[in-house]
Every structure is written in structure tokens, then in C-alpha cells.
Design a protein around this ligand. Structure first.
Ligand SMILES: *Cc1c(COP(=O)(O)O)cnc(C)c1O
Length: 211
């Protein structure tokens, strides 16, 4: 699948609440990127499944849980504070690796949504470049409002894309890995791709509804 800009779109299959048999079914069809939003569930599934699965942590992450996923996590989508990023850097160092992360941009006005405002996000990216050598910032993640107002959803994705471009042309200009726009879920992935997403996180459409 290509997005409007002609980039490949990576599908992250969101397997939260679903059994490992269902993960294996998709794995056997060639899917390798899977996402979980709870550390506990990720830790239960990961040892039972093939080692070439790339695990994405997509949910809100508490600092005290970083060390448990640091050895194997492939991409953390939900970085929303300096304290969390410093903790990830520290655990990455202990594991002699660099951990790829996305900075979570708060595109929705909804109070329940996590993420940083643009100024905070720009500041954190600059701080990480100078101070956190075991972090690699691969892009941005955002969640649109849960709304039937498609124009609102579209404008929210567009604002993430603008923020991405601003970073790409300034402090991230010499960082070739800064590429990912993780936006779009089952209900809004088409709009997200039209607006420049190159990573989508899909659960319900692949695995059915959750309880
Ligand atoms: C659950 C979840 C998804 C997938 O949602 P669906 O609507 O089931 O596709 C995507 N992103 C995050 C952060 C999630 O928690």
C-alpha cells in the first residue's frame, strides 16, 4: 500500500486483548509488525511468539515499566514527556542498544488524549539530540479525535503532518531515520493515509471488535 506521497505504508497489527493464536494466523500470512498498548500483555505474548516479530508499544507507557520492554521493543510510539524519554535512554544504554521512538503529538483537543503540544515536542526533540545518545527519534505519532466529523479528523492529521515537516526541515534535517508518521486506526486510516501517514495501527479491522 502507498500513501498519497507515494511512500510505503507500514501496517502495525494491533493485537491487544487478542490471543496468540490470532497473532500467529496473521504471522503465517507474512505480517511481522504487531502492536500492544499494555506492557503486561506485551510481556506475556512476546516470549510465546516468533522472535522475528517487531513489537510496537503503542499505549501510554509508565517510566517504571520501561526496563521490562527495553531489551526487545522495536518501536515505542507513545513518548510524551522528557522524563519518560530519559528513562528509555537509560534502559537502552543498559541493553547496549538504541531504542527507536516516536514522539506523541497531541493533535486532538480531547482531554483524554495523551501527547505533547508542538512547542513541547520541538523542545524535547532538540533535547534528545543533544543529550540522549541511546534514543533514535524515528518520527511522530498521533491519535485523532473519536468523532464523526471527518473534516475535524482530517485537519488533525494535517496538523501532525505540518509538525513533522517543520521538524524535518529544521532540527531533524540531518536525521535520515526521522521518517515515520504513525496515524490512523480502523475508523480513520484512509483519511490518515490521504494526509500523509506512512504507518497505521489497525486492530478491529484485522481481529474483530474487542470486549
Ligand atoms: C487500540 C489502538 C489502536 C487500534 O484501534 P482500532 O480502532 O481497533 O483499529 C491504535 N492505536 C492505539 C494507540 C490503540 O490503543
Amino acid at each position: 500500500m502507498l500513501n498519497e506521497l507515494g511512500d510505503k505504508v507500514t501496517l502495525v497489527a494491533v493485537s491487544k486483548t487478542k490471543p496468540i493464536e490470532m497473532v500467529m494466523e496473521l504471522y503465517n500470512q507474512g505480517q511481522r509488525h504487531f502492536g500492544e498498548n499494555k506492557v503486561q500483555e506485551l510481556l506475556e505474548k512476546q516470549p510465546l511468539l516468533p522472535t522475528d516479530i517487531q513489537w510496537h508499544m503503542i499505549g501510554h507507557l509508565q517510566k517504571n515499566k520501561v526496563k521490562t520492554i527495553a531489551p526487545f521493543v522495536s518501536l515505542i510510539h507513545s513518548v510524551d514527556s522528557r522524563e519518560l524519554l530519559e528513562k528509555i535512554n537509560k534502559e537502552a544504554l543498559k541493553n547496549s542498544r538504541r531504542i527507536p521512538v516516536l514522539l506523541q503529538y497531541r493533535i486532538s483537543e480531547e482531554e483524554t488524549k495523551f501527547g505533547m503540544l508542538k512547542s513541547e515536542l520541538l523542545g524535547l526533540a532538540a533535547f534528545a539530540i543533544d543529550n540522549l545518545p541511546n534514543i533514535r527519534i524515528d518520527g511522530l505519532m498521533g491519535m485523532a479525535s473519536f468523532s464523526d466529523d471527518l473534516q475535524l479528523v482530517r485537519s488533525e492529521f494535517r496538523s501532525l503532518m505540518e509538525c513533522f515537516r517543520e521538524l524535518k526541515s529544521t532540527i531533524m534535517a540531518d536525521k535520515p531515520n526521522f521518517q515515520i508518521r504513525s496515524m490512523g486506526m480502523s475508523g480513520d486510516y484512509k483519511i490518515a493515509i490521504e494526509e500523509g501517514a506512512n504507518m497505521v495501527r489497525i486492530g478491529t479491522l484485522l481481529f474483530g471488535t474487542r470486549n
